[in-house]
Structures are given as C-alpha cells and as structure tokens.
Design a protein around this ligand. Structure first.
Ligand code: PMP
Length: 449
C-alpha cells in the first residue's frame, strides 16, 4: 500500500464518497480509518476512538472476530468464488440458508435468496412480490405501500419506497405506483399525537384509508422497518407492526419486513419482527449477517410465498432475478461464522441490557442540554434529535451537529450525524463502561455546541 502522505493528499480526490457532496468532501475530507480492534477504530493520525456507529449499523461483533476472519481465509483457500445460478451451488450457501431459516428466523421464513447487500435484498423482495401475484393470476397487484421516513436502500425500487425526500428528489422519476403513509413518530406527526399507542392506531388507520383509495386488488406489498433506522431511529409502539400485519391479512397484501438494520440482535431481539411478534412474508437482511466482514445480504421468504412459487404451473414461476454474487461462497462462509458467534455470545441479550443503560444516559443528556429535543432508542439503536428551539422543535443547523460530532471524537467516540440527528449503533458486544464513555463524549460534544 502507498504511504500515509499519498492517502492524505488523495483523500476525496479520485473517490466519490457515497451519500456525500463531492465538493464538500474535497473541502473537508473524511477521516481515514486504518485499523479496527475490539469495538474501537484508529485513524490515519493514530487516534483510537470507540466506534459508536458500529461501522454502519453492521459491525455487531466488533473488529476482532477471529472465527469470521478464519472462515473467510479458509473459504478463499478452498473456493474463492462459484456461482449460485441454476446449475451450480456451493456448500457455504446451502448451509447458511439452512441456518437462517432454521434458527435465526423461525417467524415462518422457509427460504433464503442471497444478495450482495441490503439494497439488493429490498429489490429482490419487491420484485418477488410482484411475481407472486402474477403467479396467482392477480397481475394488477403491482403497487407498493411504505412509511414516510422509511429507508430501504438505493436501487430504483428501494429509492421509490424510501420515505425521505433526500433519497428521492435527485433521482426522480422513480417507480410509479408507490404510496406513503405517516410513520408512527411521536415527536413529529401530522396528527399532533404524542401518545404512542394512539398514534399507532392513527397511522394504521391512514394505511387502511390509502388501501381503500388505491384498491386493495392493485397493491402487491407493504414494506416497513420494524424500527425505522436511517430515518432517525423511530420506534413504533409495540402494537403498530401487529396492526399492519392484521391490515395486510385483511386485504391479502404481502408484508415485507426490512430488517437490514434490525436483524441479528440490534433491537435486543433476534429480529424486529420477533420483537413485534409478527410473521412477515419477506424479511430483508444484510449488514450484520457477516458483521460487515464481507458484503452479503439475503431476502428470506415466508411459507405462504414459497408455497405459491414451488407449486407454480404457470409461465410466471421462474425467477428471472439474481446477482453474480448471490450465494457468494466467501460471503456465506463469513455469514456462517458470524451467525455462530452471534448465537454463542447471545449478543441480543447484551444489546437489550446495554440498550437500557444507553437509554438512561440519553435521557440524562436530554434533561441537561436544551439542544436535545428528543431521544429515541431500542436495544442498541439510538438517536438524539437536536433542536435550536425546543418549543418550536426547530432543527439544529449543520454546524452545530458537526461541532457535537467533532468534540465527541476528540473525547474518544465516533458518532454519526444524519440531518439534525445523531445516530448511535455501536457493536452489540460493547460493555457497560463503553456505554458510559459514549454518554460522556456526547455530554462533552453537546457542551461544546
Ligand atoms: N434497508 C435498510 C433498512 C437500511 O438501513 C439499508 C442501509 N442502511 C438498506 C436497506 C440498504 O442496504 P445497503 O446499504 O447494504 O444496500
């Protein structure tokens, strides 16, 4: 590798960074991360910080998980690649599909379709939803419903169901036939409702109204994150997802649970669907499936959908969809090792326990700093929404957020800023001392701003 001076000089020059303005990156180049160890990362200047972002909601097992590293190396030796397209298969993909359906997702998920990441998994679920209805002779069911503030990746399908203008405007026109209803977000919602249970009912009612308006027989699927992540960690009341499931059942609409963030223990349960006691028809997963050590995703398929495809006698049943890296043997070997560690360490239990501590720390920060308008958390996904005026809920500006993040970094903790919200999604293996450190760094950051 070239020397550090080369990296520093060329940072943000030959590379366009995702989710960033190229000119802004040139003016303020991103931090160059060189090493990871345990739950910390070290930058090019040799500064080591606790990674409260967990990579990008994905490094659930931290940076020193030897079993995953060894599994990747062993698989590279044995077989670095072979395709999973019709005609060939590989051992790790068969085994991982079995494990995912067997213990990770007993919520009626019976098949796995492998992808290269979360956006691919969402695209797969949307496409298979439409195909399902064609097989069933209801080809008019093509529309999708989704929540405002939801995030479902960056392919055209995913961008179309995304519920945040930031991810849509620059790429329009998007898929036609996609409609959004309000998210059950107590801090900001069109009903001015702050009671979570009442809000869940109002949001469910809005879905019912949209279905009546569109015609149920035109709708293929409803997609939602059990806890909305990138939209700012919006935690629906526990009644919400079961209400959505009941509505989907009543109108024979498929339910896609986008668990790219919520899967593998982040919410304190193995999945967000399990947290809500709901059986979706599709579950999209990625990120922590390999703890970020290799790009991999999967779309898990429920029994109702699988039965229709597998009994198909029409001309619509063959899957004309797939990626070169679907079933990647190295990715699946990484996934198998990550899954075994995830289970062995019961990281969901640690996420639940540390999540309670983190929540308490965030509530204390809200009580202390007027800048904190709202705090939201579930397991080890959390957000602080910063406002310049609490009564008016006026979002704090970019500079304020940057000041908080920089001061926290100086205090030894990496945070992630998204709009006027600070997002926390640390590795699920953090200790109580790590949680305390995150709280202290946030305190220092908020004080600096
Ligand atoms: N769905 C959700 C809920 C996500 O949070 C993300 C990524 N943050 C995606 C889909 C897209 O995943 P990827 O970035 O791996 O394509």
């Amino acid at each position: 590798m070239r020397d550090i001076n080369f990296l520093t000089e060329n940072n943000a020059k030959p590379i366009w960074h995702p989710m960033a303005h190229p000119a802004e990156m040139r003016a303020t180049p991103p931090k160059i991360i060189m090493k990871g160890d345990g739950v910390s990362v070290t930058d090019v200047d040799g500064r080591t910080v606790l990674d409260a972002v967990g990579g990008l909601w994905n490094v659930n097992l931290g940076y020193s998980c030897d079993p995953i590293k060894k599994a990747i190396a062993a698989q590279l030796d044995a077989l670095p690649y072979y395709s999973g397209f019709r005609g060939t298969s590989t051992g790790p993909s068969i085994e991982l599909a079995y494990e995912l359906c067997d213990w990770f997702a007993p919520e009626g998920m019976v098949r796995a379709f492998f992808t290269s990441g979360g956006s691919d998994s969402v695209e797969t679920a949307l496409r298979l939803s439409r195909q399902y209805w064609k097989i069933r002779g209801q080809g008019d069911r093509t529309k999708f419903l989704a929540l405002k503030k939801g995030y479902h990746g960056t392919h055209f399908g995913g961008a179309s169901v995304n519920g945040n203008a930031n991810f849509r405007r620059n790429y329009e026109p998007l898929l036609p036939g996609v409609f959004h209803t309000p998210a059950p977000w107590t801090y900001r919602n069109p009903f001015d409702e702050t009671d979570p249970a009442k809000l869940a009912k109002l949001c469910a009612q809005a879905i019912e109204e949209e279905i009546a308006f569109q015609g149920a027989d035109t709708i293929a699927a409803f997609i939602m994150e059990p806890v909305l992540g990138a939209g700012g960690v919006i935690v629906p009341h526990e009644s919400f997802m079961p209400l959505v499931r009941a509505i989907c059942d009543r109108h024979d609409i498929l339910l896609i649970a986008d668990e790219v963030v919520t899967g593998f223990g982040r919410t304190g349960a193995w999945s967000g669907s399990r947290l809500s006691g709901v059986k979706p028809d599709f579950m999209t997963i990625a990120k922590a499936i390999t703890s970020g050590y290799f790009p991999l995703g999967a779309t898990l398929i429920g029994a109702k959908v699988a039965d229709v495809f597998e009994a198909d006698k029409t001309s619509f049943g063959a899957i004309g969809h797939g990626y070169t890296y679907s079933c990647h043997p190295v990715g699946c070997a990484a996934g198998l090792a990550a899954l075994a560690e995830t289970k062995r360490l019961a990281v969901n239990e640690n996420a639940a326990a540390r999540g309670v501590e983190l929540g308490k720390a965030l509530e204390a920060l809200k009580a202390k700093h007027a800048l904190v308008g709202d705090v939201r958390y579930q397991g080890l996904m959390a957000a602080l929404e910063l406002v310049s005026d609490r009564a008016a809920k006026k979002p704090a500006d970019k500079k304020t957020l940057a000041t908080v993040a920089e001061a926290a970094y100086a205090a030894g903790v990496m945070l992630r800023v998204s709009g006027n919200t600070i997002i926390l999604s640390p590795p699920l293996v953090i200790s109580a001392a790590d949680v305390a450190k995150i709280g202290e760094a946030l305190d220092a950051g908020l004080a600096a701003a």
